[in-house]
Design a protein around this ligand. Structure first.
Ligand SMILES: [Ca+2]
Ligand SMILES: [Ca+2]
Length: 949
C-alpha cells in the first residue's frame, strides 16, 4: 500500500517513514493543509498540539550545508516534540479514512460514488469499489460504466471488483471468489440460478435496461478509458475486498444487497478486525412510506398503494410490505453483516423517506451543473423523472445512497462521536435484526434451500431458529398473502426486536432541515450535495464529446441507388457471441443477393437488453447505420407478471450463467465490445406519449423502437406481395409475437431457425449444461418453449438448423486457420480475435466449456444465403413438435411425431470444409467492408480536423 503510512511509534525510524510518504516537494498541492518552513518550528509545535486531524507538510527551500545542519536540528526538535507530546502525534499522522464502496451501480449509487470522489482526499480516500450484481444492474454493464466514470474523474487507480466463479458446497463450505450473482440462500456451484428476490426488480423499461445503460446517457456522455472488463482478468469482488481490507483499517459502505460483504465476512473472519465500521443504506425500521398515498381530497378512485408501509418494494408491496430493496436482495447476507460484531450504522427508509427529490431541489440542481459529474448526475435524474411511470416522481424518488454517503462521511469527520452526531441526519440507537424467514420457524415446506432436503442444514443453522421458517419464493408467493389485508411476509425487514436476536445499531431517523431557513432547499444535505458535486477540486476532466477536439457524430449509410437488391431478410438474434459473427457474415453477403432489412433483438436469451448497443456499434463499423434495430419483449412467453408486467419470473432464462461464459461475457462481447467504434445510435429511454409513455421526454424522436414496430415498418417498405425471409438465432419470442399479435404471417417467405435438438438416440444429448434434469433440449428452444411451440405449429415454411448439424461445423482450429489465410479486413480481424478469445477461454477454464455452441450459430446465416454448391447441404422433411408444458426437465425438447408433428425441413449436414472456407472468404472480401475499423480509429478521427481525414 504505497499511500498507506505505517502506524507511528516513538522512533525516528518511523518518523522518517511518515515523511517519506508525503508528496515530493515539487508536488505541493492543495492536498496539504499546513505548510511549515524552517524556522517556523514554533508554528509546527503549535500545530502538533492543536491541529487535530490535519496532515502537516514540512518543506521549503533550503540549500547546501545549511540544509544538513537544519535537518539535524529539525529532527532533534521533532524528536523532542514526540517525547513531550507523544499522544498528540496521532493527530499529525491522521491519514485519510480508507473507504471501500460496495454498490449495485444504480443511478443513485453513482451520485454517492461521485460525492465521495469529490471529497478532500487527505480526509477520505475511496480505494475500491465492488459491485453487487444481483440487483438493479447486470455485471458486464455495471463494471464498464464504473470504469468509465472513474476514467472521467481521473481515478483509474481505484480498484474495481466484480464477479467470481466460486460457489457454496452443499455442506456450506464457501469457496473463494463467490461472485455474488445469487443470494447466499440460492448460491450453489455455478453462477446460474433463480431470482426469488431479484424478480422484484423490473427487467426492461424503468428497471435493469434503463439502469444498465443509465437511460442511454452513459454511452452518450461518459468517455472511455483503457480499463474495461476482460474475461478471467477482471479482479473479482472478493479479491478486491481481501486485498483492500487486509491492507489496514478501512470503512465499508454497502449501498446494494449484502451478498459480497457477507461472503467476505463468512470466509475471512480474521480480517473482520480491519473493518472499522460498516455504513448501510437499506431497510426500514419505523418507516412509513409516503409513496402511493391518496391526497386528502382525492376522488374515490384513488387507490392507496404503499402509503404507510415500512418497505419500498413497489413491485411487490402486496405480499411483502416490510422489505426494502437492498436488504430484500439477500436477507440472509444482510443478517450476517448486521450480526458480524462490526459496528453498523444504518440509513434506512426512515431517514431517506424524509429527503425526497423535491421540485425545488430538482430546479436548483438544474441550475448548478458546473462540472461534468454534476451534469451526468442531473441528466440521469432528469431522465428518471421524465420517464417515471406515474405523476408521483417528486414523492417517490428519494436520496438514498447519496444521502447515506453524506451522513457517513459527516459522522466519520466527527471522529465517530458516540451518538453519530453529524450535519445531515438525526440518529438514534435501535435494537434490530434482519428477518430472513417467516414464522412459524422450523416448518419444512420446500421454500428454504438452507434446510430443505439436507441432512445437515447449511452453515450449521438450527431447525426452529430464525433462519428456518418459510422463505419468500417470489413475488406472488401464496404463503405471503392474507385475504383482504396486507401481505404477511417480512423477508428483508429490519425489524426492532429484543433479546438475543437483537443487535444494537445506530440508525438515521430523519434528514435534518436546512439551517438556512430562507433557502428554498429544505434539507441540509441538498446544499452539501450540490456544493460538493460542483467543486472544482477533483472535478471530471471531460466527457465523451469534449475529450476530443474534433468529436463529431456521423451516420454511415450506403448508397444502393443503382443496385438491384437481393432477397429481403430480417435477422432475429439474442446477442450471443455467435450471433454477432453471423451478423458480420450477413453484412458481407453482396446486397444484390441478400438485403438485410432489419434486426430484431430477443433479450430473452444469452444477453441482457442493454447489450443492444453492441449491435448499433457493429452496424456503425460496417457503415450500416441505415438498418433499423427493434427491441423485443424482455420476458419469454408467459413469464411476465400478470398483475405488474414489468416484472416476471426467470424460469427459463435462469439457465444462463451470470458470470464467466454467460451474461457477464455476452454483455461485453467477451471484453471486445468496446473495441468497436461508438455509434451515435444507441438504446435510449427517450419516449413519447404517442407510443404509450406517460409523457414526452426532450427528444422523443430518439426513442428505441420495439421489435414489432420495426417489423411492421419493414413490411411497409416492401413491394406489395413480396415476402421476407427470417433468420432466428435465439429464442423465438419475437417471431411468436409476430405470428400471434400481427396479421402478417402471410408476408413471411421462409423461416430459418438456428436451434432445436433432434435426438437420434439416448446418448445424443442437447446442450443445457446448467439444467442437468433436461438432457435433450437445446437452449434456443428451452429459453422460450411456448414461443417455440407457437412458431413450429404456425404452418410457416420452416427450415431448422439443429444442434447436431451445428456441431459438425464447430471446430475452432479450422475456422481460425482459414481466417488467418484470408485478407485482413477489419471485420475478419475482429471475428478472428473474438474466435481466438472464445477458443483460448475454452482451453483455459472449465466455465468456458460450451464455447463451440456459439461457433455453430453461424451456420444459419451461411446456409440461408444459398447458392453455394460446395456446401452440399442435405435436407430432410420431418414431422416434429416441441414440448412446452412448464416442466423444466422436458420443456424445449423436440419430438418426432408422425401424427401430431408439423412438417419442417431439417438441415442434416453440410460439407464442413466448404463451410469454413465460405465463412473466411466472405469476411476477407474487400467489398462491403468496414468504414471505421475500431474505436481506436474513431479516436484518431476525432483528434484530426475534418478536412484532413
Ligand atoms: Ca444502490
Ligand atoms: Ca444466439
Amino acid at each position: 500500500m504505497e499511500s498507506d503510512p505505517v502506524p507511528l511509534e516513538k522512533t525516528e525510524q518511523h518518523l522518517i517513514c511518515l515523511f517519506s510518504v508525503l508528496p515530493p516537494f515539487s508536488d505541493v498541492t492543495n492536498e496539504v493543509d499546513v505548510t511549515v518552513f524552517p524556522g517556523d518550528q514554533k508554528q509546527l509545535f503549535d500545530h502538533l498540539s492543536f491541529s487535530g486531524g490535519k496532515r502537516i507538510f514540512v518543506g521549503g527551500a533550503v540549500t547546501g550545508g545549511d540544509r544538513m545542519l537544519w535537518q539535524r536540528n529539525f529532527w532533534i526538535a521533532i524528536i523532542l516534540i514526540i517525547e513531550v507530546f507523544g499522544a498528540s502525534l496521532y493527530t499529525i499522522q491522521a491519514k485519510p479514512h480508507r473507504i471501500l464502496l460496495d454498490t449495485d451501480v444504480d443511478t443513485d449509487d453513482f451520485f454517492a460514488l461521485l460525492y465521495l470522489l469529490k471529497l478532500n482526499r487527505s480526509e477520505f480516500e475511496l480505494e475500491a469499489v465492488t459491485i453487487n450484481p444481483n440487483a438493479w444492474t447486470d455485471a458486464g454493464h455495471a463494471v464498464n460504466q464504473l470504469y468509465d466514470i472513474l476514467y472521467m474523474m481521473g481515478r483509474d487507480d481505484i480498484a474495481v471488483g466484480v464477479g467470481g466463479e466460486g460457489g457454496i458446497l452443499e455442506d456450506g463450505t464457501i469457496l473463494p471468489n463467490v461472485g455474488g450473482y445469487l443470494p447466499i440462500i440460492e448460491q450453489g456451484m455455478t453462477t446460474a440460478g433463480g431470482c426469488r428476490y431479484r424478480q422484484a426488480i423490473p427487467v426492461g423499461l424503468g428497471g435493469r435496461l434503463d439502469i444498465d445503460t443509465n437511460y442511454g446517457i452513459r454511452k452518450a456522455f461518459l468517455p472511455q478509458g483503457s480499463r474495461k472488463y476482460s474475461p478471467l482478468r477482471q479482479p473479482t469482488a472478493q479479491q478486491v475486498m481481501i486485498d483492500k481490507i487486509s491492507a489496514g483499517p478501512i470503512t465499508v459502505f454497502v449501498i446494494g444487497a449484502h451478498t459480497n460483504v457477507a461472503i467476505f465476512l463468512m470466509n475471512n473472519p480474521h480480517l473482520k478486525k480491519n473493518i472499522e465500521h460498516i455504513y448501510v443504506m437499506g431497510g426500514g425500521v419505523r418507516s412509513k412510506n409516503p409513496t402511493g398515498c391518496c391526497p386528502k381530497n382525492a376522488s374515490t378512485s384513488c387507490q392507496q398503494r404503499q402509503c404507510g408501509d415500512r418497505g419500498n418494494l413497489f413491485t411487490d408491496y402486496n405480499s411483502n410490505p416490510y422489505a426494502e430493496f437492498n436488504i430484500f436482495g439477500d436477507p440472509f447476507a444482510a443478517h450476517q453483516v448486521f450480526h458480524s460484531g462490526i459496528p453498523v450504522t444504518l440509513v434506512p427508509l426512515d431517514a431517506t423517506n424524509t429527503i425526497m427529490i423535491t421540485e425545488k431541489f430538482f430546479e436548483a440542481f438544474e441550475e448548478s451543473q458546473g462540472t461534468y459529474e454534476a451534469q451526468y448526475c442531473f441528466q440521469s435524474l432528469k431522465m428518471a423523472r421524465d420517464t417515471w411511470f406515474d405523476n408521483q416522481f417528486y414523492t417517490s424518488y428519494f436520496m438514498w445512497d447519496s444521502f447515506t454517503s453524506g451522513v457517513a462521511v459527516s459522522i466519520m469527520r466527527n471522529s465517530h462521536k458516540n451518538n453519530g452526531e453529524n450535519e445531515f441526519a438525526e440518529m438514534e440507537y435501535m435494537n434490530i435484526t434482519v428477518v430472513t424467514s417467516n414464522k412459524p420457524y422450523g416448518i419444512s415446506d420446500g421454500s428454504n434451500p438452507l434446510f430443505d432436503g439436507l441432512k445437515v442444514p447449511k452453515f450449521n443453522l438450527k431447525k426452529g431458529g430464525v433462519h428456518s421458517g418459510h422463505v419468500q419464493t417470489g413475488l406472488r408467493d401464496p404463503f405471503c398473502f392474507v385475504e383482504n389485508g396486507k401481505g404477511k411476509c417480512k423477508d428483508g425487514y429490519t425489524e426492532e426486536v429484543t433479546g438475543p436476536d437483537a443487535v444494537r445499531v445506530l440508525v438515521a431517523t430523519r434528514a435534518k432541515p436546512n439551517q438556512d431557513v430562507s433557502s428554498k432547499l429544505d434539507r441540509e444535505f441538498f446544499i452539501s450535495f450540490l456544493d460538493v458535486l460542483n467543486r472544482p477540486e477533483h472535478a471530471g476532466r471531460f466527457n465523451l464529446t469534449t475529450e476530443f477536439p474534433y468529436y463529431r457524430e456521423v451516420l454511415y449509410k450506403p448508397d444502393f441507388k443503382n443496385k438491384k437488391l437481393g432477397k429481403p431478410v430480417v435477422f432475429d438474434m439474442d446477442m450471443s457471441a455467435g450471433d454477432f459473427m453471423a451478423l458480420f457474415y450477413l453484412l458481407k453477403v453482396p446486397v444484390e443477393v441478400l438485403n438485410l432489412k432489419a434486426i430484431l433483438v430477443s433479450p430473452t436469451g444469452w444477453a441482457n437488453a442493454a447489450t443492444i448497443d453492441i449491435i448499433y456499434d457493429l452496424l456503425h463499423m460496417m457503415g450500416r447505420d441505415d438498418i433499423p434495430v427493434g427491441l423485443g419483449d424482455v420476458f419469454a412467453m408467459n413469464q411476465s407478471d400478470k398483475v405488474f408486467p414489468p416484472v416476471g419470473d426467470c424460469k427459463y432464462v435462469k439457465a444462463i450463467p451470470h458470470g464467466s461464459g454467460g451474461f457477464l461475457d455476452s454483455d461485453t462481447l467477451y471484453g471486445l465490445a468496446r473495441d468497436l467504434p461508438r455509434s451515435p445510435r444507441r438504446y435510449t429511454a427517450e419516449n413519447s406519449k404517442k407510443s404509450g409513455a406517460p409523457r414526452d421526454t426532450d427528444h422523443p424522436e430518439l426513442r428505441q423502437p420495439l421489435a414489432l414496430e420495426v417489423w411492421t415498418s419493414v413490411l411497409k417498405t416492401l413491394d406489395p406481395g413480396s415476402k421476407v425471409t427470417i433468420l432466428t438465432n435465439g429464442p423465438l419470442t419475437n417471431l411468436a409475437k409476430i405470428i400471434t399479435e400481427t396479421n402478417t404471417a402471410s408476408r413471411i417467405e421462409k423461416v430459418y431457425i438456428v436451434g432445436g435438438h433432434i435426438s437420434r438416440c439416448s446418448h445424443d444429448k442437447g446442450n443445457l449444461f446448467t439444467v442437468p434434469s433436461n438432457k435433450y433440449a437445446e437452449f434456443n428452444m428451452f429459453l422460450d418453449p411456448f414461443s417455440a411451440k407457437t412458431v413450429l405449429e404456425s404452418g410457416l415454411n420452416i427450415t431448422l438448423i439443429p444442434l447436431g448439424t451445428q456441431r459438425n461445423v464447430s471446430l475452432f482450429a479450422e475456422t481460425l486457420g482459414r481466417l488467418k489465410l484470408t485478407r485482413k479486413t477489419p471485420e475478419a480481424q475482429f471475428v478472428k480475435r473474438l474466435l481466438f478469445r472464445l477458443y483460448t477461454l475454452q482451453q483455459t477454464h472449465h466455465r468456458y466449456g460450451h464455447m463451440d455452441t456459439f461457433l455453430g450459430e453461424i451456420l444459419g446465416a451461411i446456409f440461408l444465403t444459398g447458392d453455394h454448391p460446395n456446401l452440399k447441404p442435405t435436407l430432410q422433411e420431418m414431422p416434429i413438435k416441441v414440448i412446452a408444458e412448464g416442466v423444466e426437465s422436458r420443456d424445449g425438447q423436440i419430438l418426432i411425431d408422425k401424427r401430431q408433428g408439423k412438417s419442417v425441413k431439417i438441415l442434416n449436414n453440410v460439407d464442413p470444409m466448404a463451410y469454413y472456407d465460405l465463412f473466411a472468404n466472405r469476411l476477407g472480401d474487400k467489398k462491403q467492408s468496414a468504414v471505421l475499423g475500431s474505436y481506436d480509429e474513431q479516436r484518431i478521427m476525432w483528434n484530426t480536423p475534418p478536412n484532413q481525414t
